[in-house]
Design a protein. Structure first.
Length: 246
């Protein structure tokens, strides 16, 4: 039996009519766009959380990773600032060393209270009994907003490219009211990839786009988390809670 297909009518010159070619081209573009959007997606569940001025519990010095420097280099590692020494002093057994609020797995978002100009200058991570802490140090004026959610296939803002990361699932972290460090007269901190500890496998920078800095936190599993902004100095803190035996 012959395979009979419907033929596209040709013009007298033997070509597909111009209107038909436009329809076919539009259909192809729409199909390609649908494939691209399906490759990287994010889910949204609102759970706003307020800014807090509480004191940040210290990170364990023996189990802390920092973002400065984060690229391979033979140069000496810079010494920590007094603020970093305060953050890294102590152990996880200290009284009051607990997550900064009630944690859950829902999306968390908070719009900036007012316009500001901040830059992420360092990313640090520390492991504690029952939770792991990621700290984004910020310099500049104002307070950040944020939009944070779980995603197995996070896309880079602006380009839409899928971000590759180590881990089974990722927290897609977007920090608003931010810009490039050089626009604030600051040196480039070269934040590219930060090795993780505990349930945090790694943290990678996805760059800055239209006032928003994006970071991907690769995790071993999906855990409850809580977000807080702390002052003096300004920091955005994410505590990821888990079974202390993990």
């Amino acid at each position: 039996m012959k395979n009979v297909s419907r033929l596209v009518p040709l013009s007298p010159a033997g070509r597909v009519p111009r209107s038909r070619r436009r329809s076919l081209l539009l259909l192809s573009l729409l199909s390609a766009t649908a494939v691209g959007l399906g490759a990287c997606h994010a889910t949204e569940d609102s759970s706003p959380t307020p800014r807090d001025s509480a004191t940040l519990a210290p990170l364990e010095e023996s189990q802390e990773s920092q973002s400065n420097p984060v690229i391979a280099s033979k140069d000496p590692v810079p010494t920590s600032s007094p603020e970093d020494e305060e953050l890294t002093r102590g152990s996880s057994s200290q009284a009051g060393h607990t997550p900064l609020g009630d944690a859950n797995t829902a999306m968390k978002t908070q719009r900036p209270e007012a316009p500001g100009r901040l830059a992420v200058t360092k990313v640090r991570v520390g492991a504690h009994d029952g939770f792991d802490r990621v700290v984004f140090d910020l310099s500049g004026d104002g307070h950040p907003g944020w939009h944070i959610d779980y995603d197995t296939h996070p896309a880079q803002q602006g380009s839409g490219h899928c971000m590759e990361y180590e881990g089974t699932i990722a927290l897609n972290v977007n920090i608003d009211n931010t810009t490039y460090p050089y626009e604030l007269g600051l040196d480039d901190p070269h934040i590219q990839s930060v090795p993780g500890v505990g349930e945090v496998v790694e943290i990678i920078s996805a760059g800055v786009f239209e006032g928003r800095s994006q970071f991907i936190i690769g995790l071993r599993a999906k855990h409850p988390y809580v977000v807080k902004v702390l002052d003096n100095p300004t920091r955005l803190v994410i505590d990821v809670t888990h079974d202390p035996t993990r």
